[in-house]
Design a protein around this ligand. Structure first.
Ligand code: ADP
Ligand code: MG
Length: 624
């Protein structure tokens, strides 16, 4: 019989795995058991819609059998089975679409993330076995098949005798090596412990033949051994258990088992509501951004169960977009099993549950912020953007519950601070919450516009994400303090005007000339009140800021929205004298200087210069 080769990428992955990249070999059992459980689930769902099929709970189980003499471990399930084609498709290829690219990117990392993430659970069997044999008979099929593989060198498929529908997986357990013991995977007590640890809440019985001893009849000192089939798992789903029966490890295991993510969750939220609505939920706040989070493939949603039975894998109605990173499941007795997506969208119960969940997530994030700041900051680094988006979306209708979760980088603290922290330490004479926008903290730090506010000793929040200003515009104020850009017209800081009327008139003529020279590029040219050491900067009037202009103009089919720009000149700077001299003596020079200053101001803002060649030529002109 010809041996078929694994696809190339599968082969590499297998090699990685077999070379024990995964530190915990024991998880192979979890993977195989959850596959068996999935296979039984599939019959169960079929029976829900197929009248010809009935589902008797007693007929469905998973059995684990160890044979020390032959060094084999067998997993038997009465699930849906696999046809020949399914054996080839499901077990012959590891990497599914899109996964290869990701693996390449992560080549240097350990294999940990890869297992499970792409449904390679089955292959973990090769961590402990030299040969894996799968004998399967699919539901509705006459023939059974045997799939067999020694790992990287490919696999064979042939017909085989099997009377009942279901799958049998036989592992030829490896011999012990100097570094690793494999014997343990043939030991009853060890297998029992692994099943308990990872698969306790599997809904079908996981059976094992357990050997015990009892006193022999009529004797006080002699014992006889006997074997009896036992169910190892408690079958109570974790979400039905009492919170205080469960440890952090239980929650972490459930997260792994469900493949919600491959990081350790930052926080779990266990909800049991029993009132007008009834539901149990286990939700997780992940630490890391899922690898596909910003791709088209990513779907938000929670698993939805009706009375312990999974009815939908990703119920998107249960999560608002801004909490799309939340993973987990919801189980409610009040939902019908045969519910369709269309009906679900109208479902009143579901809407109530969704609302309740939304509030719980917000309040749990709030307590994470309060009690575990470091963790919260990790979370915020990954998902803060979503919260800002939440403030902005739906016309700001969620801002009340989200504004206290926001954090921004502070000029004073040099770290992220909350709005509440900012407002609490505001000096009495400070009217506004100041912010400055730019590409990076370093660049904002050097913005000329921040000079006056910083000199006053006021704290400035640094906005580096495109969503920041939009979110703040939606908030408008926080605890009655209005937000104010350091680039906006009125900064609310009293400055004594040292200029005489005569000087002002002089200015007027100069600024008028400069404005004309810029022919419409700026709305006005003015003497700056905010500049200290810098000669020039751009500020804005009206709703649209320079940062917003940048973002809007980067959007497809933008409507060319422009900020109303003001060119501010520092009249205490030497260049001011040069400008005045030029006004009196040399109009052409004034035009040259004006353009140079304007272009400098653009550069500081990170805005493009319309004609860079002209700009460099202008610089040369003043050098010769
Ligand atoms: P995943 O479970 O994430 O899909 P696995 O590598 O664990 O990935 O399994 C691959 C596929 O093989 C499964 O999706 C399923 O279709 C099939 N399979 C594995 N084990 C069984 C089983 N015991 N019964 C039926 N099908 C199975
Ligand atoms: Mg699996």
């Amino acid at each position: 019989m010809a041996k078929k080769q694994f696809k190339a990428e599968s082969k590499r992955l297998l090699e990685m795995m077999i070379n024990s990249i995964y530190s915990q070999k024991e998880i192979f059992l979890r993977e195989l058991i959850s596959n068996a459980s999935d296979a039984i689930d599939k019959i169960y769902y079929k029976a829900l819609t197929d009248e010809k099929l009935s589902f008797n709970k007693e007929d469905y189980y998973i059995k684990v059998e160890a044979d020390k003499n032959n060094r084999t471990l067998k997993l038997i399930d009465t699930g849906i089975g696999m046809t020949k084609e399914e054996l080839e498709k499901n077990l012959g290829t590891i990497a599914k679409s899109g996964s290869l690219a990701f693996k390449k990117e992560n080549e240097s990392k350990d294999g940990h993330d890869i297992i499970g993430q792409f449904g390679v659970g089955f292959y973990s069997a090769f961590m402990v076995a030299d040969v894996v044999t799968v004998i399967s008979k699919a539901l509705g099929s006459e023939e059974a098949y045997k799939w067999e593989s020694k790992g990287t060198d490919g696999y064979t498929i042939e017909t085989h005798e099997k009377s009942d529908v279901g799958t049998e997986i036989i592992l030829q357990i490896k011999e012990n090596t100097e570094d690793d013991s494999y014997d343990e995977y043939l030991e009853e007590y060890r297998l029992k412990a692994i099943i308990k640890k990872y698969s306790d809440f599997i809904r079908y019985p996981i059976k094992m033949d357990i050997t015990s001893s009892k006193k022999a009849e009529g004797s006080d000192s002699e014992y006889t051994e006997y074997t009896e089939e036992q169910v190892i798992n408690s079958m109570v789903p974790i979400w039905r258990k009492n919170k205080n029966e469960l440890t952090d490890e239980d929650y972490a295991n459930f997260y792994m088992e469900k493949h919600y993510g491959f990081d350790q969750p930052l926080k779990h939220i266990h909800i049991s509501v029993d009132g007008a609505i009834r539901y149990n939920a286990i939700l997780y706040i992940p630490e890391n951004i899922p690898y596909d989070y910003y791709s088209k493939e990513f779907e938000k949603g929670l698993e939805l169960y009706s009375n312990g039975v999974l009815i939908m894998e990703k119920c998107s109605e249960l999560l608002p977009d801004y909490f799309s990173f939340v993973k987990g499941m919801v189980d409610s007795e009040d939902l019908s099993l045969n519910i369709s997506r269309e009906i679900l969208q109208q479902d009143k119960q579901l809407k109530l549950i969704a609302k309740n969940i939304k509030n719980k997530i917000a309040s749990n994030l709030q307590s994470l912020l309060k009690d575990e700041r470091e963790k919260y900051e990790l979370f915020y680094k990954s998902f803060g953007r979503q919260l800002k988006y939440g403030v902005y979306s739906d016309f700001g209708s969620n801002k009340d519950s989200l504004q206290n979760l926001l954090m921004f980088y502070s000029s004073k603290e040099k770290k992220l601070v909350t709005l509440d922290e900012y407002v609490t330490r505001m000096p009495e004479d400070q009217k506004y919450i100041y912010y400055a926008s730019g590409e990076s903290y370093e660049r904002i730090e050097r913005l000329p516009q921040t000079e006056l506010v910083a000199e006053k000793g006021y704290e400035i929040l640094y906005f580096t994400e495109d969503i920041d200003e939009f979110a703040i515009k939606m908030l408008m104020n926080y605890k009655e303090k209005e937000f104010k850009s350091v680039s906006s017209g009125d900064l609310g800081i009293e400055e004594n005007d040292q200029q005489t009327d005569e000087e002002k008139n002089e200015n007027k003529e100069l600024f008028e000339a400069m404005k004309n020279s810029l022919s419409g590029k700026v709305k006005d040219v003015r003497a700056s009140k905010r500049l200290r050491s810098h000669p020039v900067c751009l500020t804005t009037e009206g709703e649209v800021s320079i940062e917003m202009e940048k973002i809007l103009s980067a959007m497809p089919n933008n409507e060319n929205v422009k900020a109303d720009k003001i060119l501010e000149i520092n009249i205490n700077h030497e260049v001011y004298q040069s400008l005045k001299d030029a006004l009196d003596k040399d109009q052409e020079k004034l035009h040259l200087y004006t353009n140079l200053l304007y272009n400098q101001a653009l550069l500081i803002e990170g805005l493009p210069i319309q004609d860079p060649v002209e700009f460099t030529n202008d610089i040369c002109k003043i050098m010769v």
